[in-house]
Design a binder for this molecule. Structure first.
Ligand code: NAD
Ligand code: UDP
Length: 329
C-alpha cells in the first residue's frame, strides 16, 4: 500500500478532541508537531483530557457543537471525527441529539473537508454490526441492528454516517476513511461514564459490588487506547483508494463475567459480583476480524487486556484517591 512519506506537518481538526479517544489522539498529534484544532461541545468531553495541551502553541480548542454550522478554521489537511458520546448510558440521555451529532455533525465536517480538500476520518463503531449472528465480525458482515430501540440512535446514526461517507466519496470526490472501532479502554476514561471497564475497576477499587448485567456470558473484545490511536493514524495515512471501512479492535474475546473475575482477582478486591438486568438490545457477542487492517494498514494491537488493565488501574486509583499501594497489578 502506498503511504505518505516524510514528516510533513499538517493542520488537523479533531472533532470530539476533549473526549477519551480524542484527548489521546490530540496528545499524539501535538507531540508529532502538527497544528491541532480540537472542536468539542464538552457533552462528555472533559478539560482534564486536554488541559496539559493548553500551553502548546500548536494546540487550539474551540467549544462548539458540530451539529451547528462550523466556524471558518482556515486551511486544513486532515479531520478526525470522534465527536459522539460512546457510552450507552451517556448517548441515551438525549438520543435525538446523538442522532443529530452523527448525521448533521458528519455532514458539516464532510463539507468542511471538501472545502479544504482535507482527508476526513470517521469514527464508526462495532455497533454497526448490532447483535451479530456471526463471530468474528469482518467488515463484509452487514449486521443485525434494531432500528427502533434505546441503542438505535447511536447504531443507526453511525450506519447513516458510513453511508454519507460513501456518497461524499463517490459523488463528490471527498477523501474519506471509516474506522469501525471496537470497545476501547485506558487511562483518561471518565470514571463515571458507565462503561464496563470503568465501572468494574472503580467498583473493585472501592470494594462495592461489581455489577454484571445479565448472566455475564455476553462477550466483548477490548482494545487498549494506544493501539487504537496507532490504528486511527495508520488509517488516516492510508491510500486514497482505501475508502471502505476498517475494523480496529483487539480480537481477544472475553465474557463479561471473566472480565469481572479478572479485575477482582488482580486487584485483590473484596467486591462481590452482583448480577443486574441486561440492558435492552445488549449485543451477545463481539469480536473483530482485523485481517483487513493487518494486511492493508500493517496494524495490529500490541497490548493484551491484562497488560492494558495494569496500565489503566493506577489512573482510576488516583482518581478515586485510594491507596495505589493496594494494587496487586
Ligand atoms: P467520549 O464520550 O469520551 O468522547 C466523545 C467526545 O465527543 C466528547 O468530548 C464529547 O463532548 C464530544 N461530542 C459529543 N457530541 C458532540 C457534538 N455534537 N459536538 C461536538 N462535540 C461533541 O467517547 P470516546 O470513547 O472518546 O469515543 C470517541 C469516538 O469513538 C466516538 O465517536 C465513538 O462513537 C467512537 N467509538 C468509541 C469506542 C470506545 O470504546 N471508546 C468504541 C466504538 C466507537
Ligand atoms: N456491562 C456490565 N456491567 C456494567 C457495565 C456494562 O455487565 O457495569 C456490560 C454491558 O451490558 C455490555 C458490556 O458490559 O454487555 C459492555 O458494555 P459497555 O457499556 O462498556 O459497552 P457496549 O455495550 O457499548 O459494548
Amino acid at each position: 500500500m502506498r503511504r505518505r512519506t516524510g514528516q510533513d506537518l499538517r493542520r488537523i481538526v479533531v472533532a470530539g478532541g476533549a473526549g477519551f479517544v480524542g484527548g489521546h489522539l490530540c496528545q499524539r498529534l501535538v507531540q508529532d508537531g502538527h497544528d491541532v484544532i480540537c472542536i468539542d461541545n464538552f457533552q462528555t468531553g472533559r478539560t482534564c483530557n486536554i488541559v496539559h495541551l493548553q500551553d502548546e502553541q500548536n494546540f487550539t480548542c474551540i467549544s462548539h457543537d458540530i451539529i451547528d454550522p462550523l466556524p471558518d478554521l482556515g486551511p486544513l489537511d486532515e479531520i478526525y471525527n470522534l465527536a459522539c458520546a460512546a457510552s450507552p448510558k451517556k448517548y441515551q440521555v438525549d438520543p435525538i441529539h446523538t442522532f443529530k451529532t452523527n448525521v448533521f455533525g458528519a455532514l458539516n465536517l464532510l463539507e468542511l473537508a471538501l472545502r479544504h480538500d482535507a482527508t476526513i476520518l470517521q469514527s464508526s463503531t462495532s455497533e454497526v454490526y448490532g447483535d451479530p449472528e456471526i463471530s468474528p465480525q469482518a467488515e463484509a458482515y452487514r449486521g443485525n441492528v434494531n432500528t427502533m430501540g434505546p441503542r438505535s440512535c447511536y447504531d443507526e446514526g453511525k450506519r447513516a454516517v458510513e453511508t454519507l461517507f460513501y456518497d461524499f466519496h463517490h459523488s463528490r470526490g471527498a477523501r474519506t476513511r471509516v474506522a469501525r472501532i471496537f470497545n476501547t479502554y485506558g487511562p483518561g476514561m471518565c470514571p463515571a461514564d458507565g462503561r464496563v471497564i470503568s465501572n468494574f475497576v472503580t467498583q473493585a477499587l472501592s470494594g462495592t459490588p461489581v455489577t454484571v448485567y445479565g448472566d455475564g456470558s455476553q462477550t466483548r473484545s477490548f482494545c487498549f487506547i494506544s493501539d487504537l490511536v496507532d490504528g486511527l493514524m495508520a488509517l488516516m495515512a492510508a491510500d486514497d483508494e482505501e475508502v471502505t471501512p476498517y475494523n480496529l479492535g483487539n480480537p481477544g474475546e472475553f465474557t463479561i463475567t471473566e472480565v469481572a473475575r479478572h479485575i477482582i482477582a488482580t486487584l485483590g478486591s473484596k467486591s462481590a459480583i452482583e448480577y443486574l438486568d441486561l440492558p435492552v438490545d445488549d449485543p451477545r457477542q463481539r469480536r473483530p476480524d482485523i485481517t483487513k487492517a493487518m494486511a492493508d494498514l500493517h496494524w495490529a494491537p500490541k497490548v493484551s487486556l491484562a497488560e492494558g488493565l495494569k496500565k489503566t488501574v493506577p489512573y482510576f486509583a488516583a482518581h478515586l484517591g485510594g491507596p495505589a499501594t493496594r494494587l496487586l497489578v
